[in-house]
Design a protein around this ligand. Structure first.
Ligand code: MIG
Length: 691
């Protein structure tokens, strides 16, 4: 009898383990399966004891289900098309080259984030992180979350917090944060497939400077290469890349150049030969080098799961960067493969990867979703090795949860349509809620023709995405800001001038995000818990709301103040900007490039709360390099209070050893009767009379 009871007990014991691994973070795991090291988490947190989460996952092998109480709104799940709120949505996690988001109804895009953020009716929040790289499916309904992976088992982290922001911070405590980018990467960027030959690059660069439209970066797409061979330059179109980069630098630009993963299968081509010597390639299930077609024709593909291959890959950047290349754009790294070798536009799922450093060898089915992330990791390391004193900038198309540690991202091949213009907001918001703050769409739309009205509308709000780059495809009419006539050109100038005015605030948000993982772009429900489905207006940090000119009846929190950043910015196509009562937002000067001095003067935009007070901060440093880690930065906190018809602004405190980068401060106080301003010296008190 006793034995029978014991047996029963054993049978009813759950097939998973559970442990407390952080404050409000419980880890569950499939029992009896040995799991590989995590790629989403750089460090697996040790167990501190047993605990039970309120949202208890039921795990069986690779399948997880979680029951939900009524009234939960779901978000996150990475790069997804469709609405901000994800209840009722299913996606497949299998990185996919999805031109125009047309395949699979857009339910499978370039990146995978096995992560869901849930918000309860009262604003408390939770998150579920499914820690597996295998091909998976995620189904969200009002009643449950179901996750099914092709792997034998997984770990599930359940995070609980008082607010969505508290939960995204807990997510960051697990998957890490975005490293602080160089400041130029926050400027406006102009791209096309492709600016070639190099005369065209110079022409576009001068097009910005001659018209005084701010721009920091010009991008080189695949046509700069010699026959699409990566790490080469077309001797006819780009005979002297060093001189071209120098030209761009002299005009206050940085340059970003594309590198794809596929290496042309061609003995005699140095990258191929070196790959052969080092045996770096992904294998077929029969152990042959896999060969698949991409732009250069037949290609072999580096096996980025192997640490030795990532080192080999990093090493390739040395000579490339010596040409004066500033940043690198990794495209096609799902990896995309063309017919006839392609299976579902990528390599066969039974291809073989080698792993290493504890990562077991495994099929492509296991490593497909991290191929792009591991490529970006090797690229970032290559930039760091080659230039240890500069902050790397890498943009990647494919990525995985945690990939913000290596690269920024954009949302792939959208189109110049009203649908994709509107879609850009919820897409970037959900990516932002999934650990990736540094993201944005192809501003203006990649494919198709943009009419002036569409492009004007797009730049009017697109100027405020964390990653802000206009791009367009081959065989489309030109989409530079001046291609749509004088009205749109002026709208673009104003919108981008507004972005540059905001850059000190944006940079402060990026630095904060690099510490805590706070999203830069946020849904409006971060400010008002009742606005759970607002997906036209969005927040930048805690203190600003961007309301696109095209937004129809956006739902907004009460009491925020509309502000103006440059003369004329209430005009056609311009987004409305609302500032939070009680906040101080630091602003810079209108500049055409972040290479110019930006804080002459520093402007503090002040919105008082009901008590007549406000506060805010500015983070500033050299803008590149790592001296900030040795204290060469200044984080200044400002406060404002109003008495007897005047507002007094004070420098409350500061951290860091860097002297102020500004010699004058202008305070602008937004009152019911418009702005009131005064300028003075920093350090002391600045009094702004209200009348
Ligand atoms: O198959 O490099 O998403 O941004 O311009 C197209 C050419 C390959 C896809 C990228 C797009 C880029 C284009 N690339």
């Amino acid at each position: 009898m006793r034995r029978f009871v014991l047996c029963l007990l054993l049978l009813t014991l759950p097939a998973w383990s559970q442990e407390l691994v952080g404050d409000g973070i419980v880890r569950y795991a499939t029992a009896g399966v040995e799991l590989p090291p995590s790629l989403a988490l750089p460090n697996r947190p040790p167990a501190r004891g047993r605990a039970e989460a309120r949202y208890r996952p039921h795990i069986e092998g690779g399948h997880v289900s979680v029951d939900l109480p009524p009234g939960i709104d779901l978000y996150g799940t990475g790069e997804v098309a469709g609405p901000l709120r994800r209840n009722g949505r299913s996606i497949e996690l299998w990185n996919h080259d999805n031109y125009g988001y047309v395949d699979y109804g857009g339910n499978r895009l370039y990146q995978s984030h096995p992560w869901v953020l849930g918000v309860e009716p009262d604003g408390r929040a939770f998150g579920l992180l499914f820690d597996t790289t295998w091909r998976s499916e995620l189904k969200l309904t009002d009643q449950s979350i179901d996750f099914t992976s092709a792997g034998p088992g997984l770990e599930v982290y359940v995070l609980e917090g008082d607010s969505p922001l508290a939960v995204t911070r807990k997510l960051a405590s697990l998957i890490g944060t975005m490293p602080l980018p160089p400041r130029w990467a926050l400027g406006f960027q102009q791209c096309r497939y492709s600016y070639a030959p190099e005369e065209k690059v110079r022409e576009v660069a001068l097009g910005f400077r001659n018209r005084h439209i701010p721009c920091d970066v010009i991008w080189m797409d695949i046509d700069y290469m010699r026959g699409y061979r990566i790490f080469t330059f077309d001797p006819v179109g780009f005979p002297d890349p060093r001189a071209l980069n120098e030209f761009l630098h002299q005009h206050g630009f940085h340059s970003v150049w594309m590198i794809d993963p596929g290496v042309k299968n061609e003995p005699g081509y140095s990258v191929y030969d070196s790959g052969q010597q080092n045996h770096v390639w992904v294998k077929t299930r029969d152990g042959q080098d896999f060969v698949g077609k991409v732009w250069p024709g037949d290609c072999k593909f580096p096996d980025f799961t192997r640490p030795d291959v990532r080192r080999w890959w990093s090493g390739l950047y040395q000579d490339f960067l010596a040409q004066g290349v500033d940043g690198v754009w990794n495209d096609m790294n799902e990896p995309a493969v063309f017919k006839p070798e392609a299976v579902d536009k990528s390599m066969p799922p039974d291809n073989r990867h080698g792993g290493g450093d504890g990562l077991p060898p495994g099929p492509h089915l296991q490593y497909h979703n991290v191929y792009g992330m591991l490529m970006a990791r090797g690229t970032r390391e290559g930039l760091l090795d080659a230039r240890p004193n500069r902050r790397p900038f890498v943009l990647t198309r494919a990525n995985f949860l945690g990939g913000q540690r290596y690269a920024a991202t954009w949302t792939g091949d959208n189109a110049s349509t009203w649908h994709h213009l509107q879609q850009a907001v919820p897409m970037s918001l959900n990516l932002s809620l999934s650990g990736q703050p540094f993201n944005g769409p192809d501003l203006g739309g990649f494919g198709g023709t943009a009419d002036p009205d569409l492009w004007g509308n797009w730049v009017g709000f697109g100027a405020f995405f964390p990653f802000c780059r206009a791009h367009s495809s081959k065989d489309t009419p030109p989409k530079e800001p001046w291609a749509f006539g004088p009205e749109v050109e002026q709208a673009a100038r104003l919108a981008l001038e507004r972005r540059y005015r905001l850059l000190p605030y944006l940079y402060t948000l990026f630095e904060q995000s690099s510490l805590t993982g706070d999203p830069v772009m946020r849904p409006v429900f971060f400010a008002d818990n009742s606005l759970r489905t607002e997906e036209q207006a969005f927040m930048l940090g805690p203190d600003l709301i961007v309301v696109p000119a095209w937004a129809k009846s956006p739902r907004l929190p009460e009491g925020w103040t509309e502000i103006s950043l440059v003369p004329g910015d209430e005009g056609k196509y311009q987004a409305r900007l609302l500032q939070r009562p009680g906040s101080i937002v630091p602003l810079g000067r209108v500049v055409e490039s972040t290479e110019e001095p930006m804080l002459e003067p520093l402007t503090l935009s002040v919105c008082l709360d009901a008590q007549g007070r406000a506060s805010g901060s500015l983070y500033w440093d050299e803008g590149d390099g790592f001296d900030y880690r040795q204290g060469d930065f200044r984080r200044t906190r400002f406060s404002a209070s109003s008495e007897r018809g005047r507002v007094t602004l004070r420098e409350q405190s500061f951290e860091g050893q860097r002297p102020r980068d500004w010699k004058k401060v202008t305070g602008v106080v937004w009152t019911g009767r418009g702005p009131r301003a005064a300028t003075g010296n920093p350090g002391g008190e600045l009094v702004v009379p209200l009348d």
